[in-house]
Design a protein around this ligand. Sequence first.
Ligand SMILES: Cc1cc2nc3c(=O)[nH]c(=O)nc-3n(C[C@H](O)[C@H](O)[C@H](O)COP(=O)(O)OP(=O)(O)OC[C@H]3O[C@@H](n4cnc5c(N)ncnc54)[C@H](O)[C@@H]3O)c2cc1C
Length: 507
Amino acid sequence: MKRNKLKTVFVGLTMTLLMSACASDGASTKESSTAKSTESSVEATSAASAQEYTDPSELKDEYDVVIVGAGGAGMAAALSAKDAGMNPVILEKMPIAGGNTLKSSGGMNASETKFQKEQGIEDSNQLFFDDTLKGGKGTNDQDLLHYLVDNSSDAIDWLDSMGITLDNISFSGGASVKRIHRPHDGAAVGTYLVDGLVRNVHEKEIPLFVNVDVKKINEKDGQVTGVTAEIDGKEKTISGKAVVVTTGGYGSNKEMIEEYRPDLKGYVSTNSEGSTGDGIKMIESLGGAVVDMDQIQVHPTVVQKTGMLISETVRGEGSILVNQQGERFYNELETRDNVSAAITALPEHYAYLVFDSALAERAKQVDFYKEQGVVIEGETIEELAGKIDVDAKTLESTLTTWNKAVKDQSDTAFKRETAMDYDLTKGPFYAIQIAPGIHHTMGGVKINTDTQVEKEDGSTIKGLYAAGEVTGGIHGQNRIGGNAVADIIIFGRQAGAQSAKFASEVK
Ligand SMILES: Cc1cc2nc3c(=O)[nH]c(=O)nc-3n(C[C@H](O)[C@H](O)[C@H](O)COP(=O)(O)OP(=O)(O)OC[C@H]3O[C@@H](n4cnc5c(N)ncnc54)[C@H](O)[C@@H]3O)c2cc1C
């Protein structure tokens, strides 16, 4: 396959592009996003692995399966549709592939995996199901959830078979055991995953076009026929026997956030610029149903100036949260909604993540946070306390009490039970000031376990499939960290298989 040599863009950008400021506005123009990305690409070349996209001149009028959106769900769908013998295409509106997937910083939840077994971690699909249902306050779509947990181990093997190995396992909030699977060195999952998926997409010669903004899903007699997209300001119709919508959520669309959750007006967002809810709107206009649209996850640890997420890995590896008085105030490993509410209830509405240099070595993301200038460092606890204007004696006493809790494996103050493997004793010590920000839109279009899009009456739209953050129901009222990456891989894969089956049967 010929690729565009002139417009080479970089997928494996440094964390600068991936996790940087994203208090973006859904109305941002494509020109501005292109310019920003190009600028970042240039900055990022040293750590970038060059990935090229398909030359625009190669875009055909017709494919078996048209996939809208090149995040994790879209690429998983494409790979599985190709494996099923179909000829898929991926259309991406931004100048690079990856979407929110590229930004994902923690990992992917899965149960009963070969890596858990090798590492002596006892887990079960039932426990994964129960933890998720508890986290979602019992409101999750249980059919989707069963499909997710039952196929999670296989998804880890599938990724591994493509050279995407997630064998470093840690805790995430709301999980009773170590379940979040990360790259071997503990690095952020997003860059590694997207790089690996794009590599496989290229190897399997699946065309992936960027700067193709899909505006409409076309339908005739109740069956989809393809899409209409805008390319270089011109409209083009691309036919497909099946369409898979993997356009992600709407965390960067301020109007939609305000429409569904007026109380979140003005919150910073951790999301990528392309997360503007396009797929939801296109599917709604075809009569597709939506669920849980007011369920928007606020993440507790976001740097307010830039919208940069501080990964749950930092808490999962053992950090604590302290208030401006230097005291712990809550179980840090509680679910995101509860931790966010506890921070918001503080008089200052912010808190500090406090950790030591041993943790910084285990959680590689910290190097990036240091580069971004958000990590405050003190050789001693006293020096750190001075820098964050906290009483030194109180902070020392908080850390002494915490380290004893780790030693005794008993947190009498806040009943934390997980992520207590390591104490915080090795200087230098660090603090990052954080507060909650918009992070994940849990609502979206309604699908069944075959990823078919459903209407209000339960009937399906023939040939239309959806997967990933564009869909709703699986997470219920609160998503457990690590479950979105599981969702996109497991249901993306399923969408590819089911759309391929449908396309192969269309006359
Ligand atoms: C900072 C951050 C960290 C996270 N960390 C984790 C984590 O560690 N673990 C976890 O489980 N989850 C995490 N999440 C959530 C998770 O990353 C996302 O929910 C998931 O990656 C969404 O994948 P997706 O494929 O559905 O959508 P995306 O990856 O967002 O991809 C959708 C793509 O569709 C494109 N698109 C949109 N509209 C159109 C259109 N009209 N035409 C063409 N293309 C279009 C977008 O530009 C985008 O590239 C994190 C999220 C963020 C923001």
